[in-house]
Design a protein around this ligand. Structure first.
Ligand SMILES: NC(=O)c1ccc[n+]([C@@H]2O[C@H](COP(=O)([O-])OP(=O)(O)OC[C@H]3O[C@@H](n4cnc5c(N)ncnc54)[C@H](O)[C@@H]3O)[C@@H](O)[C@H]2O)c1
Length: 352
């Protein structure tokens, strides 16, 4: 079958990140956002008008029946990611789903298998991989500048950054988990991508919930709903030690709220036999002629893969290889599951 030269995209969910999905696809000349599904008619109308989207529906299933729609882009609360993605894949659509891929590895594995069986593109919107610093750092790792990278520390920790306390974000039944699923997933995915290692074998983790249920630690991502008496029953800090088949280790930290020195830290450090690396800003640490040196690294510009949606369309056009592969996202999901299970059981969890 000849490759298509343009793609019709339907975005599902017009909340905070749905707008970004729409704008990002609209950056690609070969993509057209032709439809939007949103359960809130007002929110849907506002976005459809703002971005000139011709069709607006409240039930996404209507769009899955349409032969002219090629791509479904999912910007929904976490608990809907897997079911909507599975429906879309079964209907023959390529799928971009925002992170986390699912709320458990069993569902994530189903998505991976279905996409493979149907030969459809499935990608998780791990935008942290697409920054110039991360792409440049990955190049340094693959060139061997760091030698053997045997350990890494990665974190996204906020002092006061709980998204909308009381909303779906802070309820297990809708979000699956708290800061671990919301921002830990970015720090973890970025680190594994930098290492090029998606073969975890064990995880030991702990989760805490110390601020949100007291109405403390509110962030900037929309308005809190705590006054409405909605619960906060997820983690607002988590830590994990992850071991890999290679023998490598990764330390992960995530927090939405914590008494810490920086308001917001979102970075990764790699430890190699020849040099260390940290970002952001991108720096190398290694012995020089006159002692130990810290080197600033120029980050690449004019990146082909600067935006996850633009990249997704480039992949469909055959102009790029998927930068985020579904099997990699499944490995990340298994680690996230492992952190929660380890926290619950107090034991190290083996990952298969
Ligand atoms: N990649 C990133 O950096 C990033 C950043 C923020 C959020 N996210 C992810 O994006 C997703 C959405 O987050 P958000 O902040 O936009 O949430 P949000 O609550 O602002 O938006 C979700 C939207 O989905 C709509 N919706 C709910 N059920 C629906 C259904 N069945 N059909 C159609 N519409 C429905 C809601 O009405 C709402 O407008 C989450 O999974 C979140 O983790 C990713």
């Amino acid at each position: 079958m000849p490759r298509k030269s343009s793609f019709n995209v339907a975005v599902i969910g017009a909340g905070a990140i749905g707008h970004d999905h729409i704008r990002s696809f609209q950056q690609h000349p070969a993509a057209r956002v032709t439809a939007l599904a949103e359960v809130s008619p007002e929110r849907g109308r506002e976005a459809a008008d703002a971005y000139n989207i011709p069709e607006l529906v409240t039930d996404y299933r209507v769009l899955l029946k349409r032969a002219d729609i090629d791509v479904i882009s999912i910007a929904l609360p976490n608990y809907l990611h897997a079911s909507v993605a599975l429906d879309a894949l079964k209907a023959g659509k390529h799928v971009m789903v925002d992170k986390p891929m699912a709320t458990n590895a069993r569902d994530a594995a189903k998505l991976v298998a279905t996409a493979k069986q149907k030969k459809l593109l499935l990608m998780v919107g791990q935008n942290a991989r697409f920054t110039p610093e991360v792409q440049t750092a990955r190049e340094l790792v693959t060139q061997g500048v760091l030698g053997e990278v045997y350990h890494a520390k990665t974190a996204w920790t906020r002092r006061s950054g709980i998204p909308r306390i009381g909303s779906w974000f802070t309820q297990t039944k809708f979000a699956g988990g708290g800061c671990t699923y919301d921002i830990g997933v970015h720090a973890l995915d970025r680190c594994l991508f930098l290492l090029g290692d998606f073969e975890p074998v064990a995880v030991s983790g702990q989760t805490f919930s110390k601020f949100g249920h007291r109405g403390l630690g509110e962030g900037q991502w929309g308005k809190s709903e705590i006054a409405a008496g909605k619960p906060f029953d997820v983690d607002d800090l988590s830590v994990a030690l992850i071991k890999f088949k290679s023998g490598r280790t990764v330390l992960l930290e995530a927090s939405w709220a914590a008494h810490q020195s920086q308001a917001d830290y979102n970075g990764t450090q790699l430890f190699g036999t020849e040099a260390g690396l940290s970002l952001p800003p991108l720096q190398l640490f290694r012995p020089g002629k006159n002692g130990y040196v810290t080197e600033s690294v120029n980050v690449a510009t004019n990146l082909a893969n600067a935006n996850r949606m633009v990249h997704f369309i480039d992949c469909l056009l055959g102009n790029a290889k998927p930068y985020v592969q579904p099997e990699q996202s499944l490995a990340v999901q298994k680690i996230l599951d492992g952190i929660y299970l380890s926290a619950k059981t107090g034991k190290e969890v083996r990952i298969k």
